[in-house]
Design a protein around this ligand. Structure first.
Ligand code: GLV
Ligand code: MG
Length: 336
């Protein structure tokens, strides 16, 4: 059985491994840029060090007649900028599109050594990952790329959600997965034109009051089920899960609330499609200082991670030690 990476520690009593820090790359926001637009390209150097990941988008939102320009623009960016610790990703076109093959072959040939992750849209099953895995292996060998380029799958079709567990263990090259709520809504036949977030009509009514006062209606999160499935599939295979896009740039509060749900359920980050969403993602996907302080108290109270103690009236044991470790690990990587 394969254990999620963060819980590898000896279980045998007498051989406790106290707190251990893991090398985690921060990816709180995957910041999308359209590389065919020269004005946008000119501003990318300012993003280095300000965002955790810069992603050159070649797929949806890039017009068909600008696909080649976007690919060339991305290659120019990758060649001319030192991204340092900032991740460099691209979202290629879908496997069944006329552009995907050129996206991968041209980009790996030109800048394979600088590329961290290829985001693959509309993944439906492990076969899609196998194909890209082999193609990348061939191109890495041909162009003597020195480290493996990772694959990140977008979960955005009903078929993909059905096969999420098989997708998550399709290749050691997998980095993680993002929810794609816009395509997924279409694929499922959901009745919405929104990109992520809630919907005013997706709600539960409290019981009728009987006294004429209005019934309370609470909106529900239409993405809860998919995020939970994605997180389980990812964590069970040592991958990271991400919330995808939130399309209403005029509602930062709703964006923050949606990102926070994803964070609490286990996601590592979200996409930022607009500069205003960078700070939102940074805030949400970095742990809260009070929470970190409390988590540290748990780790200190149980140095070998076993037993039971009370802190501020709350019971702590081996399981809450693991919860605390998740939060402190994240805090340490944020502080780095
Ligand atoms: C993202 O690609 C989405 O479809 O939501
Ligand atoms: Mg999509």
């Amino acid at each position: 059985m394969k254990l999620p990476r963060q819980f590898y520690r000896p279980l045998a009593l007498g051989a406790p491994e106290p707190y251990r820090e893991l090398p985690v790359r921060l990816e709180r926001m995957i910041h999308f840029v359209p590389p065919h637009i020269e004005k946008v390209r000119a501003k990318v150097p300012e993003l280095v060090g300000q965002v955790d990941v810069v992603l050159g988008n070649l797929e949806d939102a890039i017009p068909a007649d600008a696909k080649a320009a976007a690919r060339e623009g991305f290659i120019a960016l990758a060649k001319s900028i030192d991204f340092g610790a900032t991740g460099l990703w691209t979202r290629i076109n879908a496997l069944n599109s006329p552009w995907m093959l050129d996206d991968v072959t041209e980009i790996v040939a030109a800048v394979g050594d600088k590329l961290d992750v290829v985001m693959l849209p509309k993944v439906e099953g492990p076969w899609d990952i196998h194909y890209l895995d082999q193609l990348l292996a061939q191109l890495e060998a041909r162009h003597a790329v020195r480290r493996p380029i990772l694959i990140h799958a977008i979960l955005e079709t009903a078929e993909g959600v059905k096969n999420v567990d098989a997708i998550a263990c399709a290749s050691p090259r997998l980095h993680g997965m993002s929810l794609g709520p816009a395509d997924l809504a279409a694929s499922r036949g959901m009745k919405t034109t929104r990109v992520g977030g809630g919907h005013p009509d997706y709600r539960v009514l409290a019981d009728a009051t009987g006294d004429g006062s209005p019934r309370i209606a609470a909106q529900q999160d239409p993405w809860h089920y998919t995020i939970a499935r994605m997180v389980d599939a990812c964590q069970a295979n040592g991958l990271k899960a991400f919330y995808g896009p939130f399309g209403d740039f005029s509602d930062p509060e709703a964006c923050e609330a949606q990102f926070r749900n994803a964070f609490l359920l286990g996601c590592a980050g979200a996409w930022s499609l607009h500069p205003s969403q960078i700070a939102i993602a940074k805030k949400v996907f970095s742990p809260d200082a009070a929470e970190v302080a409390f988590a540290r108290r748990i780790l200190e109270a149980m140095p070998d991670g076993t037993g039971a103690v009370m802190i501020d009236g709350k019971m702590q044991d081996d399981a809450t030690w693991k919860q605390a470790k998740v939060i402190v690990d994240l805090a340490r990587s944020v502080a780095r």
